[in-house]
Design a protein around this ligand. Structure first.
Ligand SMILES: [Zn+2]
Ligand SMILES: [Zn+2]
Length: 290
């Protein structure tokens, strides 16, 4: 088992235990004190636990080196898992929003109370700490799934804020109705937004979006530093599991040998890989400069 995979699994496992504890606390307290917002937040923690399990199991597959069936490696499995995490969150958001809407006709109970407030505050503190810890691990191990899961923890922290505010509002303004439902709907909207920011980069990657103008500029700039390269064109980039793969044409003096042309290509590739850690492969096509 690779060191990175182990670290991804370890980091995610700790997050999963916390999510499981939050699920239990929010769902039971939300149910007993009839707070729809807190219960919804608990369902959300349950979906978080499920996505953690997916990362723990998935890391085993996407860290696998390239083989006969997957010559570009298995990193797109990570992309796929990232998109599923986003989609799962979007469905949770729609479910929570729908529950809030259909309960506007229900008889409004008394203010959910301080236990709901305490659970929400604890959740905010725990999730914010978990965000900071997970994102540092994600950056260290360059794992897009860990980084997206970290941002997810941050959105979880934010999503408990309306729950806490609804309790405070009910305490200071006892005549206000539907605070709990409104809080639940706010939770849903925040989650929907979070789900898009998680899934969007993965969707772009699956659709073969380029790595961006910045990468293209970088490759041109590097080519201009090698005098034997007369021109560079047909630059194409794409991402696989967050890493960049590039293919391009280098134009060289038509009179030089195949061997010299090959050397120039190799020199360029080495320079690229050494000076940009996001780029993991460059395919060079050598062409005569006319
Ligand atoms: Zn979440
Ligand atoms: Zn060409």
């Amino acid at each position: 088992m690779s060191k990175t995979k182990k670290q991804i699994q370890k980091t995610t496992f700790k997050g999963m235990i916390i999510n499981l504890a939050l699920t239990a606390a929010k769902c039971s307290v939300g149910y007993l004190s009839k707070s729809q917002a807190l219960f919804a937040d608990g369902i959300h923690s349950l979906s978080d636990t499920a996505t953690d399990i997916m990362i723990i199991i998935g890391a085993k597959f996407w860290e696998q080196p390239a083989d006969e069936c997957h010559p570009y490696g298995h990193a797109r499995i990570e992309t796929l898992v990232t998109i599923i995490i986003g989609a799962a969150l979007a469905f949770t958001a729609l479910f929570i929003g729908w529950e809030a809407v259909i309960s506007f006709n229900d008889k409004v109970d008394k203010n959910p109370g301080w236990i709901v407030f305490s659970i929400a505050i604890i959740s905010i503190i725990v999730k914010e700490s978990l965000f900071r810890w997970t994102i540092s691990k994600g950056k260290k191990f360059k794992s897009s799934a860990l980084i997206s899961n970290a941002w997810h923890h941050r959105s979880d922290a934010l999503s408990s804020i309306p729950v806490a505010i609804a309790v405070l509002g009910g305490y200071f303004f006892p005549n206000l109705k539907y605070l709990d439902q409104i809080a639940a709907m706010l939770v849903a909207i925040m989650l929907l937004k979070a789900s898009w920011s998680i899934a969007h980069p993965g969707i772009l990657e699956i659709c073969e979006a380029s790595a961006g103008a910045e990468t293209k500029r970088f490759l041109k700039e590097l080519a201009s530093q090698i005098p034997e390269i007369k021109e560079i064109h047909a630059i194409r980039t794409r991402k696989i599991g967050g890493s960049v793969f590039a293919d391009l044409h280098l134009l060289v003096d038509p009179k030089i040998s195949v061997e010299s042309g090959h050397k120039i290509g190799g020199k360029f590739k080495k320079m690229v890989l050494e000076s940009n850690k996001d780029i993991v492969d460059v395919l060079v096509h050598i062409e005569p400069f006319a």
